[in-house]
Design a binder for this molecule. Structure first.
Ligand code: PHE
Length: 342
């Protein structure tokens, strides 16, 4: 093959539209490799007469340079084409509708807790946390409920071992806080959290539930302040025109003990199915901290006095939002949860 033939053959082959980068490399190796036609022409040189050698050598070199140049140009062109094709393939249509994200919502139980926390923080209370797996001592004994005390029957308990249990009430936080404050500091806390009792689950009972405990200890805490505090809470939760009434009750850790009712917000006191025609709905238990509890927890009952209350969060949520089965608060039914988006 002559130089000219070789050159036009190469130019022809480079025009092939099916050429890709890999084929181009192969073609380059074929033309410019050690056994390729250009190298062969170089070898032919030795058979030429001496005076023709320089001119021929120059032409072969020129062809070699040209071939290299053509291959380079083609490679750049192919690379460019590859990028363009990739961009085209990966193009995003920004006019298409986007993916919808499901917005979450705050659970009603958390909502009630947050509402009560906000209120009490604004009245100078601290929010405390306590363990759910608790010692018998804090859940019962320091709260004036020794072993075998009949009041234990009021709260059927999950025991982990003889001394350890799942707390049956957030009241356990009372003993913890009083001991922590060493009988000398004033106390004003609420403690929201889970509690557990061996109840059969039904529409109004759940073996796991949520309580908010409140405790105030200082030198002048009084039943009047307790009543005022609970009235503020009832109004905040159920409406400004609500009233409360106190009924005598019994808890081992408070003396006197009371149960608190709120005037029915559905019938406004006239009587309906929600308040069972009484006009009143029971919402919580409370009382003045029993002297035995104060002294067992390091506070001198001659100097200090206190009040405490415990609210069931599920009950508040159910009353407030008209939920008639406590179990739906623990189900993952989004239809219920979605109604309470903030
Ligand atoms: N711990 C009591 C209960 O769970 C409620 C309560 C708390 C009563 C504080 C009085 C004072 O039934």
């Amino acid at each position: 093959m002559t130089l000219e033939e070789l050159r036009s053959k190469l130019e022809e082959e480079l025009k092939n539209v099916k050429l890709n980068l890999q084929a181009l490399n192969e073609l380059k190796a074929q033309y410019l490799g050690k056994k390729g036609p250009i190298q062969e022409l170089m070898l032919e040189m030795k058979n030429l007469p001496k005076e023709e050698k320089p001119a021929f050598g120059e032409r072969v070199n020129a062809l070699k340079m040209l071939a290299n140049q053509l291959f380079d140009e083609k490679r750049k062109e192919l690379e460019q084409r590859e990028v363009e094709e990739k961009l085209k393939k990966e193009a995003v249509d920004v006019t298409l509708p986007g993916k919808k994200f499901n917005e979450g919502s705050v659970h009603v139980i958390s909502k009630v807790i947050e509402e009560v926390e906000d209120l009490f923080i604004s009245m100078g209370y601290e929010v405390k946390d306590g363990p759910e797996v608790e010692k018998d001592e804090y859940n019962f004994r320091l709260l004036n409920v020794p072993k075998n005390h009949p009041a234990r029957a009021m709260q059927d308990t999950f025991y982990v071992d003889v001394e350890t249990l799942l707390r049956t009430q957030t009241s356990a936080a009372q003993a913890h806080t009083m001991l922590e404050y060493k009988g000398e500091k004033d106390i004003r806390i609420i403690c929201p959290g889970k509690a557990y009792r061996r109840d059969e689950d039904d529409a109004t009972h759940s073996h796991q539930f949520t309580q908010i405990e409140g405790l105030v200890v200082n030198k002048d805490a009084s039943m009047a302040e307790l009543k005022g505090t609970l009235e503020v809470m009832a109004k905040r939760l159920f409406g400004e025109d609500r009233e409360i009434r106190l009924r005598p009750s019994y808890f081992p850790f408070t003396e006197p003990s009371i149960e608190v009712d709120v005037s029915c917000f559905k019938c406004r006191g006239k009587g309906c199915s929600l308040c069972k025609d009484t006009g009143w709905i029971e919402i919580l238990g409370a009382g003045m901290v029993n002297n035995n509890v104060l002294s067992m927890c390091g506070y001198d009952p001659k100097v200090y006095q206190g009040f405490a209350f415990g609210v069931g969060v599920e009950r508040i949520a159910m009353l407030k939002y008209g939920i008639d089965d406590i179990r739906s608060l623990y189900s993952d039914d989004l239809r219920l949860l979605k109604q309470f988006k903030l």
